[in-house]
Design a protein around this ligand. Sequence first.
Ligand code: GN1
Ligand code: MG
Length: 371
Amino acid sequence: MGLTKGPFNHIINMSLENIAKLFAIEGEVKEIKPLGNGLINDTYKITTDGPKAYVLQRVNNAIFTDVDLLQRNIVAVTTHIRRKLEAAGESDIDRKVLTFVPLKGSDCTWYEEDGKYWRISVFIPDAYTFETVDPKYSRFAGEAFGRFEAMLADLDEPLGETIPDFHNMELRARQLHEAVAADKAGRMAEPEVRAILAELLPFEEEMCKAERMHREGILPKRICHCDTKVNNMMFDADGNVLCVIDLDTVMPSFVFSDFGDFLRTAANTVAEDDPVVEKVDFKMDIFEAFAEGYLKSASVFLTPVEKENLPYAACLFPYMQAVRFFADYINGDTYYKIKYPEHNLVRTRNQVALFKAAMAKVPEMRKILGI
Ligand code: GN1
Ligand code: MG
């Protein structure tokens, strides 16, 4: 059990336990151990002697600087979805939407101590996440993300941007230019870094077209998930989608965010940090299945401009992620957790390869979408 592993773990777990006890959880804490592999927050599973287990998370407030706004967004979203599920007469609702636990005797769902921010949600039992999906699961996921957006279409509380301009490609491009100019880690001296930069720049203007369309008034912002990585979707043991998790980035954005970011992770033949770029390809069977599922539930609100640009979205997200990983590498790895010094460079190479593969398949994507 985590609490008896040794002096160091013991100290860490004791303080985690003390934090857990401040929240209105049921039962006594039995064990707290790390969960999942997110790149931003620290996540733990709390086992109790009661019927429920919980997820304890330390929110990375270097990235999410307004935790109060973030939690207000999440509570608004989960409450709204819960009401919709109830109104639709759904069963097993506790496994279909996340439940955040308030502090004892309070409505507040977060706790700050020594500049660290904590929150707890109810652990969804018998639920699974995957790092890869087959076309069948991809179709389910498409339908689920489309439904997620559709359910939030009539949320009347305005949501704040938890990371302002999170998926704004113009901003991401600017941040890359700033990183290159500042060259804080001295990495611009590496020939490969200069080569990758030369490869990315010619596509910059084309990839920034979403912001231009928005300014022209032809592309709306909607409430999107904005981190639709494959592993942010929970399935039950029979492969049915239960719910969407990791709601920190739920905010107004273009629908391209959810469509593109899912395919960025699911349609890649390898993981986003696989170093063998020759193995990277964009899987069209995953695209086809995801698009079919997504259009099934999102067609009710999608405009022709949004639909017309779904192939662009499939290319934009590998591109944007390449730019983000690359800027972080140039900045000296201050944003993403890394496991070895070249990790962000390896991720960049991988995403550049995926971007190229997706670009080559745009005509095929258009054919599938009938556009
Ligand atoms: C981060 O937290 P995690 O690992 O689900 C990032 C996403 C990136 C992703 C790349 C807040 O997501 O935008 O696409 O890493 N989240 C934030 O793997 O920056
Ligand atoms: Mg995640």
